[in-house]
Design a protein around this ligand. Structure first.
Ligand code: F6P
Length: 323
């Protein structure tokens, strides 16, 4: 392989830049030319390519977002869109791809390889930590730390006013961010899509807290399938417990930004290097992951279709620690 391309796609995640840097430098180290595709599959279709040198990825390891920009692309879901993208790759002499993104990005890569034989290796970049085949995804640790910082601050005001705060965190269909930030932030309760907690259970937990002389409480709510559902739950609780002073806070996209944590920078660097080496060694259609501190590869089809279970011990721990 003489020339490869790197792109980021889907929701951005802190550490994507560290991964781009590692993939680019590792490929160049191995004598291969690299281009960056701007705005993921959209840029691939439009032929928006930029040559990348080792210098062009200097001073980005510490930056949030992605220097290659990102987009969600409807056109790539069509065969015509993928054909246009393939033509652009051929025209530019690109023989392999490194995709940094989440399940949508790998679904696209999987379809692409079925239509056109273009080898792709993926690096899991999403704050959601919802991909099978890796203990952690790039951006998750930073997002949890950002959520924690916000929870700590909200706790100060909850405590001053004797209030209940219901805090919605991101994660799409996964409860990973909620569970980890809930434990780290000392939440009284965590609501996640993997377990259906009813409003009645929330009401019961908060009433019990009051009996145990808790003046303020934090409930962390994973957005689940419907962002904003925290407002419906808060409405039920307010109706049942009118004497409680309840506020809702949605953390939103703040969780996607900011400097990547040390863990994310190192995870992203390891994955970027492994992806470039794997592609040059003839691997294709797989996602790089790290399980038990070892680099592993998982076919895209498994990474996107198999569910990644939550650690039940952590979920149970929330109840134990919130008495
Ligand atoms: O996948 C990352 C994520 O931030 C999810 O946690 C969230 O549900 C979604 O993206 C939000 O997407 P958008 O930025 O397109 O609104």
């Amino acid at each position: 392989m003489k020339k490869i391309a790197v792109f980021t796609s889907g929701g951005d995640a802190p550490g994507m830049n560290a991964c781009v840097r590692a993939a680019v430098r590792s490929a160049i180290y191995n004598g291969v030319e690299v281009v960056g595709i701007i705005r993921g599959y959209k840029g691939m279709i439009e032929g928006d390519f930029q040559p990348l040198s080792s210098h062009s990825v200097s001073n980005i390891i510490q930056k949030g977002g992605t220097i290659l920009k990102s987009a969600r692309c409807e056109e790539f879901k069509t065969k015509e869109g993928r054909a246009k993208a393939y033509d652009q790759l051929v025209k530019n002499g690109i023989e392999g791809l490194i995709a940094i993104g989440g399940d949508g990005s790998f679904t696209g890569a999987d379809l692409f390889l079925k239509d056109f034989d273009i080898p792709t290796i993926g690096c899991p970049g999403t704050i959601d930590n919802d991909l099978y085949g890796t203990d952690y995804t790039i951006g998750f640790d930073t997002a949890v730390n950002t959520a924690l910082d916000a929870i700590d601050k909200i706790r100060d005001t909850a405590d001053s006013h004797d209030r209940v705060f219901m805090i919605e965190v991101m994660g799409r269909n996964s409860g990973y961010i909620a569970v980890q930030s809930g434990i780290g932030g000392g939440a009284e309760l965590v609501m996640i899509p993997e377990y259906q907690t009813t409003s009645e259970e929330v009401i019961h937990a908060l009433s019990k807290g009051k009996e145990n002389k808790k003046a303020s409480s934090i409930v962390v709510v994973a957005e689940g399938k419907v962002a904003g559902r925290v407002h419906d739950i808060a409405k039920d609780v307010k109706e049942a417990l009118p004497h409680f002073d309840i506020r809702v806070s949605t953390l939103g996209h703040i969780q996607r930004g900011g400097k990547p944590s040390a863990l994310d920078r190192i995870l992203a660097s390891r994955m970027g290097v492994a992806a470039a080496e794997a592609l040059l060694n003839g691997r294709k259609n797989e996602m790089v992951g790290i399980i038990d501190d070892k680099i592993v590869f998982t076919p895209f089809s498994d990474a996107i279709s198999k569910s990644k279970p939550l650690n039940d011990d952590l979920v149970k721990m929330v109840n134990v620690l919130s008495i």
